[in-house]
Write a protein that binds this ligand. Structure first.
Ligand code: FAD
Length: 295
């Protein structure tokens, strides 16, 4: 099957890219399982024009719209990509072979896990991987942020605006000097330790640390960064940075001609509004690339 633009990822970035590229009348394929999008599990309350909304409903509406605008959606995962004459060759999990002139990488990210007892059990019940998404649910509560680096420091600072007490738990405190200074100017309690167990009943009640402390908590924010899509991207000569992110320019172009990227995979903030905005830019840019039109 031959396409002008293949989009890897059926989340908000990929589906928005599909809508914009299809309306430029190029032949578009979206590869990926919408049910694996981060948005499927989210309750959105900070997106333009919608109040409180189930992410699942947004995905469903956008999937329908992408198809109506002409995109073909294949609900399977990509196995391999390779560079080919005039574009790219791809193979899916059902060993279907596809070609395209341009590619859009929109595979999202998977948040790094802590791998301690209670983490999985209380995910969504007090354990969160996104302070920006969930800070509002912890007004006047006690929370802990886990992670050594700047991402954890900025999550702790954000949460301090909402929660009544914030612990920042880390093996080493390695955030940038500017962020360290800001944290030290607050009453955020820095604890040099690492968790051994998150416990609770219906929701999180606390966390045991390897220094013997037992913190009483309502929430645990795991801010360890993202797992990248390095293997996939490297097949088309794109080398994600140390956080797993793919660098793009203002038109969402990567360093490889004909390859664009959008959404969580290009870096923070991991937010719907950014994913959709970049999806629009990448979709238009990829269609223009195929049609050899300028911006
Ligand atoms: C619990 C939770 C709550 C959130 N709350 C909010 C909120 O309140 N507000 C907000 O703005 N944002 C929120 N977010 C973040 C928001 O959901 C993400 O920023 C957004 O979904 C990112 O879109 P994306 O398209 O880049 O990636 P995703 O939505 O993760 O989609 C990635 C897609 O790529 C596909 N894919 C991955 N690898 C492959 C492969 N090899 N082959 C084919 N397809 C592949 C996946 O199956 C998926 O379809 C929340 C996220 C979570 C997890």
């Amino acid at each position: 099957m031959n396409f002008d633009v293949i989009i890897i990822g059926a989340g908000p970035a990929g589906l928005q890219a599909a809508m914009h590229a299809s309306r430029k009348k190029v032949k578009v394929c979206v590869l990926g399982k919408p049910s694996n999008s981060a948005l499927e599990r989210a309750e959105i309350e900070n997106y333009f024009g919608v109040g409180m909304m189930k992410g699942k409903d947004l995905i469903e509406t956008s999937l329908k719209a992408a198809k109506e605008f002409g995109a073909q959606v294949l609900e399977e995962d990509l196995l391999t990509i390779e560079m080919a004459e005039g574009g790219f060759k791809l193979k899916t999990e059902s060993l279907r072979e596809l070609t395209s002139k341009a590619l859009i990488l929109a595979p999202g990210i998977s948040r790094k896990k802590l791998n301690v007892e209670g983490e999985k059990e209380f995910h969504g019940l007090g354990v969160s991987y996104c302070a920006t998404c969930d800070c509002n649910f912890f007004k006047k509560k006690t929370v802990a942020v886990l992670g050594d680096a700047s991402m954890a420091a900025s999550a702790a600072l954000l949460l301090r605006e909402y929660a009544s007490k914030v612990y920042w738990v880390a093996k080493e405190f390695t955030a940038s000097p500017q962020l360290m200074e800001k944290v030290k100017a607050t009453d955020i309690e820095m604890v040099k330790a690492w968790p051994t167990k998150i416990y609770g009943e219906q929701t999180v009640k606390g966390m045991l640390l390897d220094n013997g402390r037992d913190l009483t908590l309502n929430g645990v924010f795991i801010e360890l960064g993202a797992k990248g899509v390095a293997d996939l991207a490297m097949e088309v000569n794109i080398f994600p940075d140390e956080n797993g992110y793919i660098a793009v320019d203002r038109s969402c172009a990567t360093g490889t001609p004909g390859v664009f990227a959008c959404g969580d995979v290009t870096g923070q903030p991991w937010q719907l509004a950014k994913a959709v905005g970049e999806g629009c830019v990448a979709g238009l840019a990829a269609a223009n690339y195929v049609k050899k039109e300028g911006e």
